[in-house]
Design a protein around this ligand. Structure first.
Ligand SMILES: Cc1cc2nc3c(=O)[nH]c(=O)nc-3n(C[C@H](O)[C@H](O)[C@H](O)COP(=O)(O)O)c2cc1C
Ligand code: SF4
Length: 653
């Protein structure tokens, strides 16, 4: 065991159940479903974490009543058809020594569009509107409250029949039960509203119903947002009192503390906090609640490394550490930590791209650094190569690094060539954006994989046709990446125009009044705006879209937008760059087609995307051997596609 991780690797007992250590995966929608039931891909996904050493995996929020069926795909736990899928998942995890709980939830007013594209009627404690989805709910009649409580019981019975170990009630994140707890959302004047005792009444009823359905042996826990961190959200001191009342329920075995609410854009960024939030920043909330509740307290929120989890336990801030994205990024993390291989852990960088970013697009979750996650059935085990071959991988960015590492793990003889002095490609630039230094971890992690796989590394080496002819490899992977796109800009000769890449690399000065022309609407425009505003510039961010960061996931974008607002950055939507002169930047409104002239511009910074670097590919046109082009060299996109294509290419060699 790694020195100093003794708390993390000590067991925890609850109601006759033993969890082998203190690492667990919190409930999260994996989008691996077969019409409201667990699909085989979900079984394989959870089994990978179980094999990697997690003590407990909590399956995603499942529906308990048809009134909560939103268009977002979810398990229907109230339907007995769910039992076989749950059972398969539980058996697969139990075989690896990992316990399995299910989450039960009702969205209340957090109803997204129904599956048929209409807006279903949303039921909530009161007719108080939601700000994020713009839903005006209908007050839930008392008879319906009873039906919903019954739905928890029916669902619990199904989960019990499937052989799971526990059930977690979702009263966090501003969903139905959280709405009952919030005195500004629950304005009822019957037995379910008003006083604290009335607002928690439904929670006690739900716990009792689950106990009836699940029997005396199953563990029951509840998830609570220690603080919702939004306008009209539950405050920490309010939750502190409610948690004491809820924690006193004899049928409840643990409390699981998190933060945020689905109800608003600000609160929802805390559901899956990005790298703009400190690792472990929710632990003061769990510590406060743990000090007044005589039950085990779980916590989650950016606990991305075992050392931080250990400190959390040592400080007494929690009894179990949720490390959800840490396990998405590296399902083997607990096993590696226990074996003392801390440097081999692929730490999550909280980019929120392939996990929650996919989920919000209703696609199966994965990880930008570890595309095997979510694709376990296809890429879960490395298949040794049938015939060992000599492989040249050209380009030391994410695509090349992943490809080289996987090809070498399969037994091939691999050399990775990089023209520059270090590995990383465009990640080296991306990590220079303010608040994005942690993104550099992608390079650290992949470089470690390259080294451990035994790849030969040739830095400062530009690969030419001659070198290829000399080396005579069996196959070449062209992963030469991309370069900043700088098309002709009318009038640019008279203007001070610099590119995003030049600014990031410190190769250009920017005047006091800057306009950023942001075509891609991604991290670059926002990051440049922040950096220049922090440097004291007046910044106008002219985006060719509806909002800055339009093409990046909401949970990576929104807290950043809030910070840009605080910094005084002016964001101008629907701007197509047209030209510039000494003092002005010319745009066209992308919808009206009308010209928009921005005056008093000292510097125009262009963030116009990337273009593929194709020199080597062209030089190899008549080479005759096996060539694969991957990543930005194939088509400029993001690290996620680069790493995935590296994996795919290497798996086919
Ligand atoms: C893809 C995804 C889906 C999620 N879905 C749920 C969910 O169904 N229920 C829930 O309580 N939390 C959900 N969450 C929040 C996580 O449970 C967890 O609190 C969050 O990821 C922060 O923990 P971490 O920093 O360890 O990842 C989801 C998170 C992710 C990444
Ligand atoms: S995609 Fe990003 S946030 Fe999600 S698990 Fe991977 S590294 Fe972490």
């Amino acid at each position: 065991m790694a020195v100093g991780l003794t708390h993390l690797f000590s067991p925890l007992r609850m109601r006759g159940l033993t969890l082998r250590n203190r690492v667990f995966s919190t409930g999260h929608m994996a989008v691996m479903l077969d019409d409201g039931k667990v699909a085989d891909s979900m079984v394989a996904y959870h089994a990978a974490k179980a094999k990697g050493g997690a003590a407990l995996t909590i399956i995603e929020a499942a529906r308990i009543h048809p009134s909560g069926d939103s268009g977002r795909p979810a398990i229907r736990a109230y339907d007995p058809a769910c039992v076989s899928g749950y059972a398969k998942l539980a058996a697969a995890c139990h075989a690896q020594g990992c316990k399995v709980f299910a989450q039960l939830s009702h969205p209340g007013r957090e109803m997204t569009m129904a599956a048929d594209g209409t807006h279903a009627v949303a039921y909530a404690p009161s007719a108080v509107p939601n700000e994020r989805f713009h839903v005006m709910p209908r007050e839930m009649p008392v008879a319906m409250i009873a039906e919903v409580v019954d739905g928890f019981e029916t669902s619990a019975r199904n989960i019990h029949d499937a052989g799971l170990d526990g059930i977690e009630i979702v009263a966090s994140h501003g969903y139905l039960l959280g709405q009952f707890l919030n005195p500004r959302v629950n304005i009822r004047n019957d037995d379910y509203g008003g006083t604290l005792a009335n607002r928690v009444r439904i929670i006690h009823e739900v716990i009792a119903a689950i106990r009836r359905g699940a029997g005396k042996d199953m563990v029951i826990g509840i998830r609570l947002s220690g603080e919702e961190k939004d306008h009209d959200g539950i405050e920490a001191d309010e939750m502190f009192q409610m948690a004491q009342a809820i924690g006193a329920d004899d049928d409840l075995d643990y409390l699981n503390i998190t933060a945020g609410t689905s109800a608003g854009l600000a609160g929802s960024t805390h559901i899956v906090p990005s790298m703009r939030f400190e690792p472990g920043y929710t632990t003061p909330l769990s510590a406060a609640i743990r000090s007044v509740v005589a039950k085990p307290v779980f916590v989650a929120g950016r606990i991305n490394q075992p050392q931080l989890a250990e400190q959390t336990l040592v400080r007494g801030a929690a009894d179990m550490c949720g490390m959800t994205r840490a396990l998405i990024s590296d399902p083997e993390m607990p096993r590696k930590a226990q074996a003392g291989q801390l440097d081999d852990i692929r730490a999550c960088v909280a980019c929120n791209q392939a996990c929650i970013g996919h989920m919000l697009n209703a696609c199966a979750i994965s990880c930008i650094q570890h595309p095997e996650t979510g694709r376990e059935l296809e890429y879960g085990t490395r298949v040794p190569a049938k015939q060992l071959r000599k492989i040249m991988v050209v380009g030391g960015g994410p695509a090349g690094m992943k490809c080289a590492a996987v090809a070498a793990e399969r037994g091939h003889v691999v050399t990775l060539y990089e023209a520059g002095a270090q590995l990383g490609g465009q990640v080296a630039l991306a990590q220079l954006l303010p608040g994005r230094a942690e993104f550099g971890g992608v390079t650290t992690n992949l470089a470690g994989e390259v080294q451990r796989a035994g790849v030969k590394l040739r830095l400062n080496t530009s690969v030419t046709r001659e070198l290829v002819d000399d080396e005579a490899p069996d196959a070449i992977i062209v992963a030469t990446g991309g370069t900043g796109r700088s098309p002709e800009i009318e009038g640019a000769d008279d203007a001070h125009v610099v590119s995003a890449w030049q600014v990031l690399q410190g190769q250009a000065n920017v005047g006091g009044r800057a306009v950023i022309a942001d075509w891609r609407c991604d991290w670059v425009g926002m990051g440049l705006a922040e950096r220049l505003a922090r440097d004291g510039c007046h910044v106008r961010l002219a985006v060719n879209g509806m909002v800055a960061g339009q093409t990046i996931p909401q949970y990576a974008r929104d807290s950043w937008l809030g910070d840009l607002h605080k910094l005084g950055v002016e964001i101008i939507p629907h701007m197509r760059l047209y030209g510039a002169d000494a003092q002005d930047a010319y745009f066209q409104h992308t919808l009206s087609g009308e010209p928009v002239i921005l005056n008093e511009v000292d510097t125009l910074v262009t963030a116009l995307g990337t273009q593929s670097e194709t020199t080597l590919e062209k030089a190899l046109e008549n080479w005759g051997g096996e060539i694969q082009v991957i990543g930005d060299a194939l088509s400029p996109r993001t690290v996620e596609e680069a790493v995935l294509e590296g994996l795919k290419a290497a798996s086919e060699l």
